[in-house]
Ligand binder design. Sequence first.
Ligand code: PLP
Length: 372
Amino acid sequence: MPVYLDHAATTPLRPEALAAMLPYLSEGYGNPFGVHSVSRRAKAAIESARDVMATALGADPGDVVFTSGGTESINTAIAGALSATGGSAVLSAVEHAAAFGACPPSRMRVVPVDHEGRVDLEALADLLGDDVAVVSVMLANNEIGTVQPLGEVAQLVRRKAPRALLHTDAVHAFSWLDVADMASGADLVSVSAHKFGGPKGVGALVVRSRARVEPLLRGGPQERGRRAGTHNVAGIAGMAAAAEVTIGTRARRVEEVGRLRDELADGLLATVEGARETVSRRAKVAGSCHMTFPGVESEALLVLLDDAGVCASAGSACASGAIEPSHVLRAVGMDDEEASTAVRFSFGWSSSADDVEAALAVVPKAVAELRA
Ligand code: PLP
């Protein structure tokens, strides 16, 4: 089995999620929208999952809309708010591509972040006004792990742009932070099951009652007209099961994983000359270890790590054939040369001390090999 340190990309399916899904991939095949017993069974699964997700997200069950994942939730929140009320969107510079993609450039304003990736509240205040339909600030960043001061953002939005909706992308946060509490000031909250041990292709969007959001998918009356299309019943059941375990074990896992992350980061700082952590540990979630290794192209390093059985990812993405530094690293002020040396090791529910031991045995050697 490879040493998997790429939980920010996706997580393995939790056994509890798989067990919750199996009945709806076999005899529980009903379409939840019918009236007969087979349908009613599927509908009961959806409604019980809705209750679980509502508790997990600090929402009323009626405010939870099931979607096909983080991208759809975020697109619905931002594009849906823009089409419901007109006006513009204000996005933090470190939002996921799903947020930028949901907004026409002519209607988008971008708030800078500081060197740790935290949104600049003064700059945000300057951008807020009556013409703003939606503000989107993610709760925790998937690349560098930074946690945003969402409570302060919410207060500012209420004061300076009372008509605007506040959306938070809590996709990366859910494994580590109490989203129900920390996102309580947001009107719209997005999550995705595959980031916390659930299946891929399913997520949820909280739409609190005051929020007017046009649906992205139109057709049938599912989700009270807010998202048409037959439900992914097994996926929704799996997401709820994964959410329950995540919440039940979260406080303990944050401590355990925080220790593993510290061990890895300290070990790499001690053994790899010039290694640097992108963001201080107090500013980010427990599972995040984002570092730069001067003189080493991260793409080349990832290949060597993969050969040695260690899965990690880079701070760059292949855009139109060229390796482009990520917008997040540019936003925190990292130059392109340093960004090309960035590697993200990310922990999750299945991570163990063995992963750290293996990574510490492999990474310094691979860096030395490339430097030589
Ligand atoms: N937002 C964040 C912070 C993410 O990490 C991701 C996934 O990479 C997404 C949104 C998109 O979610 P999904 O893969 O479910 O579409």
